[in-house]
Design a binder for this molecule. Structure first.
Ligand code: GLU
Length: 436
């Protein structure tokens, strides 16, 4: 079997963390099995769909590194939907309905008040057809065919069609609801695995009968527990947390992928620097049914950890030229974001204004300024410098290291000085220590 997955966003907004997670899992699954990953733009709602969102979705997927093997748009496929709809109509699997929303609402309330499930009540075949009202259309569930599938996340799922309402598949104005076009497309595109949020489970129950009615076997399904914010709820913030704000915050796409690949699974989140290990480990059987908690602070921390072992090659196009490979290696443990690397350029090359020296540190500074011209910069200048200053002044520990670090870098904290100092030109170091 060829694995084919699809990510099917509606272009009525930009991607947020929740749908990026769905995209990622579909992409990982296709890549793991050498299959195809399709982008299906669900733009049947012509009023709400916008081209700018389609562009933003493509750009975000590219930023994340999820390459696509094909793109389809539902708005270009209406002729196929029409043909399949006619076929279902001829077979009696879709039928016209004339109730207004108000009538349906009243019936629902009546049923509920009687303690009955608010299931749509089909009209008898000979019910009068009202004049001048265009019908909307429902799919006729087969009440004698219990619905069952083995969900890759949730295990055996069972639905009794008698307890379900026949779903509306087409509005009176001829426009399509999501359910049927999605099935028609999944069949036409050979989709083998449908990976989506558990909010679609009851849709799947109806769609399984649609596959059958259209004469196709259903794909495999994985319905994932939803993502929730740290407060344990589907937060507004999470629902709107877009890629642009993450990019602006300096989050690397691989950090987001690393977190979203493992969140809600029994596997640990790891600071990977490529998607390859995530491809290898994707396994829907390892996803739990409890909501997965997404924590922005955890993402920021993971981003930082990933930068600590990100190679210069991977970021060079985003670094100032002064941040050479050895300099990147020296500073990366101190970075929260790649953009912060630019802050280190003056530390290496100036312009540099040394901070004021504490009176108590003057002897250390004087000894350092004297020692530094004679030090071989090609060997291990930091150890040579500290040894010379210690010998001359008796200073040690913090009293020795901190004033030197401050005078040489302008900061109290930072990378290992033994690694950093050889990356600052010797005459710069001489100038800084003499000035201090
Ligand atoms: N456009 C649908 C959605 O965003 C697609 C659901 C599906 O994956 O089938 O919810």
């Amino acid at each position: 079997m060829t694995v084919v997955t699809r990510f099917a966003p509606s272009p009525t907004g930009t991607l947020h963390v929740g749908n990026v997670r769905t995209a990622l899992h579909n992409w990982l699954w296709a890549r793991k099995y050498g299959g195809r990953f399709l982008l299906r733009i669900d733009d049947t709602d012509l009023d709400r769909s916008k081209e700018e969102y389609v562009d933003a979705i493509r750009a975000d997927l590219a930023w994340l590194g999820f390459d696509i093997d094909g793109e389809e748009r539902q708005s270009a496929r209406f002729a196929l939907y029409e043909a399949e709809f006619d076929r279902l109509k001829a077979a009696g699997r879709v039928y016209a309905c004339y109730e207004t929303p108000e009538e349906l609402d009243i019936r629902r309330k009546v049923l509920l008040s009687r303690g009955l499930p608010p299931v749509y009540e089909r009209k008898p075949a000979d019910a009068p057809v009202p004049d001048g009202i265009p019908p909307h259309w429902r799919f006729r569930l087969d009440h004698d065919a219990p619905i069952e599938w083995v969900d890759m996340v949730r295990g055996i799922q069972h639905f009794e069609p008698k307890t379900m309402s026949d779903p509306v598949v087409r509005r009176a104005d001829g426009s399509w609801l999501y359910l049927l076009p999605s099935v028609i497309d999944d069949i036409a595109m050979g989709v083998s695995h449908v990976v989506r949020g558990e909010d679609h489970v009851s849709n799947t129950a109806a769609q399984i009968q649609m596959f059958d009615a259209l004469g196709a076997p259903p794909p495999a399904f994985a319905h994932e527990a939803l993502l929730v914010g740290t407060e344990g709820k589907l937060s507004k913030r999470l629902g709107s947390l877009g890629m642009e704000s993450l990019r602006d915050a300096g989050i690397e796409p691989i950090a987001l992928a690393a977190l979203l690949a493992r969140l809600g699974t029994s596997d640990p989140v790891e600071p990977v620097t490529s998607l390859a290990p995530l491809i290898e480990s994707i396994d829907f059987g390892r996803f739990g049914r409890a909501p997965a908690r997404f924590d922005e602070a955890e993402l920021a921390l993971l981003n930082q950890k990933i930068l600590h072992h990100t190679d210069h090659d991977a970021v060079v196009h985003r670094l100032p030229p002064a941040i050479t490979a050895p300099r990147w290696h020296a500073i990366r443990p101190n970075l929260l974001t790649v953009a912060e690397a630019a802050d280190w350029v003056p530390v290496f090359d100036g312009p540099f204004t040394p901070p004021p020296t504490d009176a108590a540190d003057r002897p250390v500074m004087a000894a350092a300024a004297t020692a530094v011209p004679g030090i071989d910069w090609g060997a291990d200048p930091w150890h040579a410098l500290t040894a010379a200053v210690k010998e001359a002044t008796g200073a040690k520990g913090r009293a020795l290291f901190l004033p030197l670090r401050r005078a040489l870098t302008g900061r109290d904290h930072g990378p290992d000085m033994a690694e950093l100092l050889p990356l600052i030109a010797k005459d710069e170091a001489v100038a800084r220590l003499s000035a201090a």
